[in-house]
Design a protein around this ligand. Sequence first.
Ligand SMILES: Nc1ncnc2c1ncn2[C@@H]1O[C@H](COP(=O)(O)OP(=O)(O)OP(=O)(O)O)[C@@H](O)[C@H]1O
Ligand SMILES: [Mg+2]
Length: 273
Amino acid sequence: MKPKIAIRNVSRFFDVKGGTFQALRNVNLEVGAEQFLCIVGPSGCGKSTLLRMLGGLEMASTGDISIAHDNPARPLTAMIFQQESVFPWLTVEKNAAYGLQVTNNWRGAESAERVTYFLEKTGLLKFRDFYPYQLSGGMKQRLSVARAFVTNPEILLMDEPFAALDEQNKLLLQQELGKLWEEFRSTVVFITHSLDEAVLLGDRVMVMSSAPGHIKQAFDIPFARPRDFLELRQQDDFHHLTRQMWELLRQEVEAARAQEAGRLSQERARRNG
Ligand SMILES: Nc1ncnc2c1ncn2[C@@H]1O[C@H](COP(=O)(O)OP(=O)(O)OP(=O)(O)O)[C@@H](O)[C@H]1O
Ligand SMILES: [Mg+2]
């Protein structure tokens, strides 16, 4: 079957002071329809760059990205970022409705019902008339999740959506996202620094190398759905998998640190020389 997303030999170069910097090198990956793919990798390895390309916010320098848009009635992608991306001047309800309105997909009562449904699912219905300044960080991220699900995108792109949250809120949001996704499957590409999060949520987890980033290894996650995250966290298989990933990732994190140190001393030499 044709993959939903196919990335072939994609590289990305940036112009920087004194030359070019290669952020990605020959990335190859496929994501099947309705698959939940998680990507982990050291800081600066190009994860956000890759996701921005999938969202059409950035171009590959070389290589090819093809994405199948199967149902023109659904938007192709929706993105959720780490930082708050809700509009401060709109109420919770209007924020949740925004994606449908801005794409001319507002269908009156049916859409209003959809907004209500996802606000209920994310525990925000009681706060429908609140403005973002009246919400906690966790509530704002739940609102971002609700807004994305309201538009019913074929592909959900998430860039460390829970990274800024406290531990308890993170656990709750992970489980809530897992449940929502099990109910309304779409194709997901989810970036995280948390191996636990990747294994709990994903069907597959890709570990990326340090810059220039490429895929080091893919892991299939064998756990059946629906998943009970609390229970999964207790299982030996779960620990075994995250441990295996960490051993691989650790080498890349160490390599990334060495690169950082190298860049710093080059910069110092440039300034002094
Ligand atoms: N517009 C740009 N111009 C120059 N360099 C850039 C640009 N965008 C990204 N980079 C560089 O490309 C590399 C990859 O950046 P990216 O944000 O994709 O990393 P990341 O894997 O998402 O990191 P993190 O885990 O810290 O979020 C970094 O070294 C970054 O400095
Ligand atoms: Mg990033």
